[in-house]
Design a binder for this molecule. Structure first.
Ligand SMILES: Cc1cc2nc3c(=O)[nH]c(=O)nc-3n(C[C@H](O)[C@H](O)[C@H](O)COP(=O)(O)OP(=O)(O)OC[C@H]3O[C@@H](n4cnc5c(N)ncnc54)[C@H](O)[C@@H]3O)c2cc1C
Length: 187
């Protein structure tokens, strides 16, 4: 049983997994290697002078794994409610999750199959996105969305930031008060 299963390990999903794993939540990151970011050459990501999109994606996964996030290369085919929790089905096996974060980029097929509300996208070349509230909550309690699929600007710093925002909102909901993750420089 995972506290959170995150679908999509692009900037949005891996950034969310970094926060949930670092908060000690049992985190699973599932991805099927179709990130649009892999085609990017990135020179506008604050704090990183220049990097290939593929390099940024690999670094993000490494950061999440450092804090214990489990990474699985698979395609999620369905998400079903099962009592209090969710069953996340992949093309290989199924997992149980307390919460789910969708960070599937331009792909909304899974979201539509699961019955999540969608709306027309407003960003260039983004046709359809999920209808989420300001916290990243979808119309199904316990399923959240972040990044391109949640309608934010299609830039790595923004999608990574949105992944962090949604993870912090989920962690705050679980904690019952606002969550903060600050580390101190050791003197
Ligand atoms: C050619 C190109 C150049 C770009 N250049 C820049 C740039 O210079 N600077 C910049 O800031 N941004 C750039 N971008 C945009 C950047 O890639 C996106 O803004 C952003 O980072 C997307 O992040 P994401 O996490 O929302 O989606 P993605 O990175 O697309 O990640 C989504 C992930 O979800 C996975 N997934 C989807 N459905 C499933 C499923 N059912 N099961 C399992 N996994 C699933 C996919 O495999 C994918 O890995 C560029 C994009 C392109 C295409």
């Amino acid at each position: 049983m995972f506290d959170v299963v995150i679908i999509g390990a692009g900037p949005a999903g891996a950034s969310a997994a970094l926060f949930t794993a670092k908060a000690g939540k049992k985190t699973l990151l599932v991805d099927n290697e179709k990130s649009m970011t892999k085609r990017a050459w990135v020179e506008n990501h604050y704090g990183v002078e220049e990097i290939t999109g593929a390099g940024l994606v690999e670094l993000g996964k490494k950061q999440a794994a450092k804090f214990g996030a489990e990474l699985v290369q698979a395609t999620v085919t369905d998400i079903r409610k099962d009592g209090e929790n969710f069953v996340v089905e992949t093309d290989q096996q199924q997992y149980e999750a307390g919460n789910v974060i969708l960070a599937t980029g331009v792909l909304v097929d899974l979201a539509e199959k699961v019955g999540l509300n969608v709306k027309p996208g407003t960003e260039p070349r983004i046709k359809t996105v999920l209808d989420v509230d300001a916290d990243g909550k979808t119309n199904i309690e316990g399923i959240w969305a972040a990044g391109t699929v949640a309608g934010v600007s299609v830039h790595t710093i923004v999608t990574a930031g949105d992944g962090a925002k949604v993870a912090i909102n989920l962690l705050s909901t679980l904690k019952g008060e606002r969550y903060v993750d600050h580390d101190l420089l050791k003197s």
